[in-house]
Ligand binder design. Structure first.
Ligand code: NAI
Length: 247
């Protein structure tokens, strides 16, 4: 049986690492793991099951020239990719008036420009194969907004709009193709990204979560694994929320 090839960006830690481990464990996929540097991927690699076959691609997504080369390499090395999980993301929480332009550029590059370029590649390669799933990471703050996360929230809302639009675009340009574009909106997930928050901020979030706990990277990975599967074949052009009831 041909293993479906899955690209996961930002596989070095957090949700990306949990997803890499979950997909590797089931043995149904061939992984392409992206990280900002080769060294940062070491822990993920050590957690993969023995004999797991995967390829590694390195790129710092704040660097537009490097990103251009990354997309080019991806197209030539993996034109048969079935799933693209655009997971890499950054937050730079600050009041907008104090946010340096470099921070704004980094947020736009990593959280929006890269997903758009990956989605463009997905449109091309999926149409050739007549199948494929593109997953973009949004966030609950795309819907609610959040103080000190204006640019972050804006980029995440854009990922929702991107997937909704491309599902419709694929329906028009590639009718009958088994391609899907879905955004995933986690709530508060315990990873390095949220680890920086002050304890009283975390306590306030916890009070608002009906499930009574923060989410784990494995919670999100399990949902994405489902979205990538044929069982989710009618989930398209929509936002999938994993938030324990947090709104
Ligand atoms: P994390 O900070 O633990 O991991 C982020 C990943 O992105 C890492 O693998 C990192 O290497 C990669 N990355 C960061 N900057 C990069 C760059 N310049 N070039 C290439 N790769 C880079 O974050 P986490 O929590 O695993 O987040 C994963 C995704 O989920 C992100 O898109 C994030 O915005 C989103 N998300 C996370 C939530 C949470 O509560 N943790 C909530 C909602 C959305």
């Amino acid at each position: 049986m041909e293993l479906r090839k899955m690209l996961i960006t930002g596989a070095s830690r957090g949700i990306g690492r949990a997803l890499a481990c979950k997909l590797a464990d089931c043995g149904e996929y061939r992984l392409v793991l992206h990280a900002a540097s080769q060294a940062s991927l070491a822990v993920t690699e050590s957690m993969l099951p023995q004999g797991c076959q995967y390829d590694v691609m390195v790129c710092d997504f704040t660097d537009q020239v490097a990103t251009h080369q990354f997309i080019k390499d991806l197209k030539s090395r993996h034109p048969d990719v079935y799933g693209i999980i655009s997971n890499a993301g950054i937050n730079r929480d600050k009041p907008l008036i104090y946010q340096p332009t470099e921070d704004i550029d980094d947020l736009l590059n990593v959280n929006l420009r890269v997903p758009v370029l990956l989605a463009k590649m997905a449109m091309k390669v999926f149409s050739k194969r007549s199948e494929g799933v593109f997953i973009a990471m949004a966030s609950c703050v795309a819907e609610t907004g959040n103080a000190f996360q204006a640019v972050y929230a804006a980029t995440k809302a854009a990922n929702n709009a991107l997937c909704k639009s491309l599902a419709r675009e694929a329906g028009v340009m590639q009718p009958g193709c088994n391609t899907r574009f879905v955004s995933v909106s986690p709530g508060f997930i315990e990873t390095d990204m949220t680890g920086q928050l002050a304890n009283d901020t975390k306590a306030k979030y916890l009070q608002q979560i009906p499930s009574g706990r923060f989410g784990t990277a494995e919670d999100v990975a399990a949902a994405i694994k489902f979205l990538l599967s044929d069982e989710a074949s009618y989930i398209n052009g929509t936002e999938f929320k994993i938030n324990g009831g947090l709104v």
